[in-house]
Design a protein around this ligand. Structure first.
Ligand code: BES
Ligand code: MN
Ligand code: ZN
Length: 492
């Protein structure tokens, strides 16, 4: 598993500042105004903070900047981190400042003297999100960026701990998603994935695992066709969180969980194929979101469904030209076995609607390379049949700083899926590849279901660290979905 640091909340102890090891962090306004902790640090360092505040460069420092003073005289710490925050600093600025502190820890302890309650909560959230390293498979030197112990000090530390708890619960959900997405495919097989989801029963989730016989019984032949070339058995896992009114229709979250996408008989080129261990990113976000909702005991009904398969070439694999029947009953001509995500999702989405009659459905998938061409690694593609539902999601994503951009749907794109011999084909050609993929899914959405499709191929994994995540899996979407649930399904 990953290396995650729990944050300890403790009463402010200014007397301990001089002897604190590792790093010490204090807050300072852009005008150089000091709180008692900053004043203490200033006194210990014989005026270092005051000199910093007078420096010309400091006047230009933006709110949220962290300035590190190395080996401060008069202190045992190896660095004094000065966090510049103005009075107006919002959640986003504070979260990013916290993340900067976490990013520079290098395995050392951090003692943060945290200012007022609102600031302390958001700084803690930022630290928690960034203080993550996936070093499960390193035997020697652990990741140099791994976080050390964090102590957040405040006079009302118990109140702050309680207030920060839901934020830290969601950060744990983000970490769960990252763990799943970072894990290689020989470790995270379909069976192992299902086992990790079953372990979430401990959090109060109801978890069911459907095996291949049950999926065949249900008629999920498009999903099964994807996994039939692999030695790992296909599975669908259903996770239910019942925190709302007993009769309230749930929100359904559906995730693509292709534990490895070799492309099948339409084999992918060798270069970069190793990245296809992350092709279960949609299922990873669904799992992490369910984890977050259960940990913070959300007052809403949410059901998460993931289709777990492996797309491999073999003598048993499906071929280009095969025709398969979906659970809905529509037939699909498989033109390209590498367009497998939609074949998995269409059956799980249909099952979700038939069984749960959801109030809304969001599917997440690392579905197309084309979305990376369109939006890069900055924003996920958003497709929807419902302006109000879509608007609520986009607002939530904006608030959590998770990039998202709405894309169009329409009949002309749907027409590109016409097949000569079946009801539809599984690819629509190169133009508008992400849209025709979404259009394929739209055929499996009932008129009465408000639906959002999130193509997260570009945002699930990054080659360079971002402000809130080290390089690798980001956990994109967990916080936005959690916020969507909070705003739209939890009546307080
Ligand atoms: N898993 C891939 C999409 C993908 C590509 C995710 C790059 C992350 C990074 C998906 O199954 C796929 O292979 N899509 C094809 C579709 C094509 C065959 C119509 C693609 O995008 O090339
Ligand atoms: Mn593929
Ligand atoms: Zn795929």
């Amino acid at each position: 598993m990953s290396h995650v640091t729990p944050i300890r909340f403790a009463p402010t102890d200014l007397d301990a500042m001089a002897g604190a090891e590792g790093r010490v962090a204090v807050l300072l306004t852009p005008e150089g105004k000091m709180d008692p902790a900053a004043r203490r640090a200033n006194r210990l360092t014989r005026g270092a903070l005051a000199r910093l505040a007078e420096a010309e460069s400091f006047a230009k420092a933006e709110s949220g900047t962290v300035i590190s003073l190395g080996w401060p005289a008069g202190m045992a710490a190896e660095a004094l981190d000065v966090v510049v925050v103005d009075r107006k600093a919002d959640a986003d600025v504070l979260r990013r400042a916290g993340a900067k502190l976490a990013a520079s820890m290098n395995g050392k302890a951090l003692s943060l003297f945290a200012g007022n309650q609102r600031r302390a909560e958001r700084l803690a959230e930022g630290i928690a999100l960034r203080a993550y390293a996936f070093d499960a498979h390193k035997t020697g030197d652990k990741d140099a960026g791994a976080p050390g112990a964090v102590t957040l000090m405040h006079s009302r530390h118990e109140e702050i701990e309680a207030a920060a708890a839901p934020l830290l619960a969601v950060a744990e959900g983000v970490h769960m998603t990252r763990d799943l997405v970072n894990e290689p495919a020989n470790v995270l097989t379909t069976t192992e994935f299902a086992a990790r989801l079953e372990a979430m029963r401990e959090l109060g989730l109801e978890v069911e695992v459907l095996d291949e016989d049950q999926l065949a019984e249900l008629g999920m032949r498009t999903l099964l066709s994807v996994g039939q070339g692999s030695d790992s058995p296909s599975k669908v896992v259903v996770m239910q969180w019942k925190g709302g009114e007993a009769d309230a229709a749930p929100l359904a979250l559906v995730g693509k969980g292709v534990v490895f996408d070799a492309g099948g008989i339409s084999l992918k080129p060798a270069a970069g194929m190793e990245d296809m261990t992350m092709d279960m990113g949609g299922a990873g976000v669904v799992a992490g979101t369910m984890c977050a909702l259960a940990r913070r005991k959300a007052k809403a009904n949410v059901v998460g469904l993931v289709g777990l398969v492996e797309n491999m070439p073999s003598g048993r694999a499906s071929r280009p030209g095969d025709v398969v029947r979906s659970m809905k009953g529509d037939t699909v001509e498989i033109i390209n076995t590498d367009a497998e995500g939609r074949l998995v999702l269409c059956d799980v989405m249909w099952y979700a609607q038939e069984r749960f009659k959801p109030a809304g459905m969001v599917d997440l998938a690392t579905l197309t390379g084309a979305i990376i061409i369109g939006l890069g690694h900055e924003k996920a593609g958003v497709f929807s049949n419902d302006d109000a539902f879509c608007g609520a999601f986009l607002k939530a994503a904006e608030a959590t700083g998770e990039g998202a951009w709405r894309m169009p749907l329409g009949k002309a794109y749907d027409d590109m899926l016409k097949s000569r011999i079946a009801d539809m084909k599984n690819v629509g050609g190169r133009p508008a590849g992400s849209i025709t993929a979404a259009q394929f899914l739209a055929r499996f959405v009932k008129d009465e279901t408000p639906w959002i499709h999130l193509d997260i191929a570009g945002v699930a994994l990054v080659k360079e660290g971002t402000e809130l995540a080290p390089k690798g899996a980001t956990g994109w979407g967990v916080r936005a979905l959690d916020r969507l649930v909070r705003q739209r399904y939890e009546a307080e």
